[in-house]
Design a protein around this ligand. Structure first.
Ligand code: F6P
Length: 531
């Protein structure tokens, strides 16, 4: 599709002017002072997700400039082409249709194929969940990247909905320290292995699958066909491994967008068919919002635009995600693959080098843990790092006192980032842990917070399969929006290839010690590791 890159538009030039005259020195505190409606104006209500954008360094005029950029880059056309099944992944010549995986029966592209596999996968999941008949108590998902991170993130997030009789385990790393403790206490007769790999060739997954198979046979396991299943597009390779129960998907599902496909089997085993369908429903609701909402109130569009605003104008090299829900502990890791593998690119669709920055580093930990670790840097460090708070109004536990404290902490952090504290204010306050020998003005300077640090707060009423589906789809589309503005292919991942190839070359050298044609550092390390 022929659409301009962000920096080739008039809107980009106008944004630059706007940033110089209005954006660089924008002060959130003043913005609230002069605008009583700021919170209401900068709130977006998307399906199951409310967003408070008012603590971002923008106002209506900034948003107008950003929306003009989205229009000129034809983000809506790009979106519609993706939903229609056009070849959005141009460097691999593939359509990008994860949205079809959550479209109701008869409504999406490839609906018959999608729902046939979905029905079969969910029927199988329910059979295994009938543990008195299946005899299965433990499920080990062996996969990496997109064949791991989605289920590994969702299963603990939806723990309140999970079947207690089944324990889910996740093995991803080719490091034997990953699989060893998992296998230690398992009984082959009660264990189901899922070998999850889109390609069924990934080194780590294949190596761990072989370890699992050997362990199974060595410990009295007899029926591989009953205790091993595969979720893959490469059904032939799975059969060669000895697996007869396979749930397929298609090359138009990118690995990092695959948890909605049969790769979601661990999720379905944990939470059951109805809840899995609710997860898909939530994602579909967000898909519809993305397609139908006007740009100004379209949450993935506005978040994607803000990402460009911070990355390319304010120079923010990272964004921190702070889910105030322990179950979302793996969300930052999931988002790292989603965003950084999608948008960590330095050439445009035509292969031209980009003159601007792309994907920020995405990182974080659940609140409140992060507060007692790196939040110091967010408040008083030298970098401007936008923070994304995720708050959940109602918990699924009954410990309301704890939950109130959790919410108060989340609110307080966002407030502190924005308001900061002046030196004059710090001078008037006691600093209980400060040395009495220090000059009060010096201490006050250390206790000054610059403030004006931006954050977004996303609020879910509850963390349910549906709201989690909506939240994840929101992130997927937001990454699509920033990728479209930057004019890059968000759906390939050539950057992971070189390391894989070099690993293939180094693997035999670790055995043989062959140093021919290696760089000095690698030779030194090879010797050290072999000594
Ligand atoms: O190496 C990167 C990658 O290709 C990811 O994009 C993908 O999610 C992961 O490896 C796993 O690939 P597969 O599902 O084919 O094993």
């Amino acid at each position: 599709m022929n659409a301009p890159r962000c920096d080739q538009t008039d809107a980009w030039a106008a944004l630059k002017d706007h940033f110089n005259t209005h954006g660089r020195d924008f002060d959130l505190r003043k913005a609230f002072e002069f605008d009583d409606c700021r919170f209401e104006d900068l709130a977006i209500e998307a399906p199951d997700v409310f967003a408070d954008l008012s603590k971002n360094r923008v106002d209506r005029s900034t948003l107008q400039h950003l929306i003009a950029l989205a229009r000129e880059c034809r983000v809506e056309d790009r979106r519609d082409h993706m939903f229609a099944g056009d070849l959005a992944n141009v460097t691999e010549g593939r359509a990008v249709l994860h949205v079809a995986l959550r479209a109701p029966r008869g409504r999406g592209v490839f609906s018959d194929e999608v729902h046939e596999v979905l029905d079969a996968m969910l029927t199988y999941a329910e059979q295994i969940r009938d543990t008195t008949i299946s005899g299965i108590r433990h499920v080990v998902n062996i996969g990496i990247g997109g064949s791991d991170l989605g289920p590994q993130m969702v299963v603990p997030a939806l723990d309140a909905f999970a079947l207690r009789e089944l324990t889910l385990h996740f093995v991803s790393n080719v490091d034997g320290h990953d699989i060893t403790p998992v296998l230690r206490d398992l009984d082959p007769a009660e264990t189901l292995f899922i070998i999850a790999s889109k390609t069924f060739t990934t080194q780590e997954t294949m190596a761990n699958a072989q370890v699992a198979k050997a362990w199974f046979l060595a410990n009295g396991g007899t029926d591989i066909t009953k205790h091993f299943v595969a979720t893959t597009t490469n059904i032939v390779a799975a059969r060669e491994f000895g697996i007869t129960t396979t749930f397929g998907f298609w090359d138009w599902v990118g690995g990092r967008y695959s948890m909605w496909s049969s790769v979601g089997l661990p999720i379905a085993l944990a939470i059951g068919a109805d809840n899995f369908r609710a997860l898909l429903t939530g994602a579909h609701m967000m898909d519809q919002h993305f397609v139908q909402a006007p740009l100004e109130k379209n949450l993935p569009i506005v978040l994607g635009l803000l990402d460009v605003w911070y990355r390319n104008f304010h120079g923010c090299a990272s964004r921190s995600v702070a889910p105030y829900h322990q179950g979302l502990g793996r969300l930052p890791a999931y988002l790292q693959q989603l965003e950084m593998e999608s948008n960590g690119k330095c050439v445009d669709l035509d292969g031209n080098s980009l003159p601007f920055a792309t994907s920020p580093v995405v990182w974080g930990e659940p609140g409140t843990n992060g507060q007692h670790a790196y939040f110091q840097m967010l408040h008083q460090g030298t970098d401007l790092i936008p923070v994304e708070f995720i708050l959940v109004k109602r918990p699924t536990h009954g410990l309301h006192d704890l939950h109130t404290k959790l919410l108060a902490n989340g609110l307080a952090q966002a407030q502190a980032l924005m308001l900061g504290k002046s030196t004059a204010q710090a001078l008037t306050e006691l600093a209980p842990t400060a040395s009495a020998h220090l000059d009060a003005r010096t201490v006050a300077r250390h206790r000054t917070f610059p403030g004006n640090r931006p954050s977004t707060t996303l609020v879910l009423d509850e963390l349910t399969p549906r709201s989690l589906g909506a939240l994840i789809a929101l992130y997927e589309h937001r990454v699509f929006v920033s990728g479209s503005l930057w004019g890059i292919n968000s759906f390939d991942q050539w950057g992971v290839e070189l390391g894989k190839a070099l690993c293939g070359d180094l693997l035999p050298r670790l055995e043989s010690g062959d140093e021919a044609n290696l760089d000095g550092s690698t030779v030194g390390l090879l010797r050290r590791l072999r000594a």
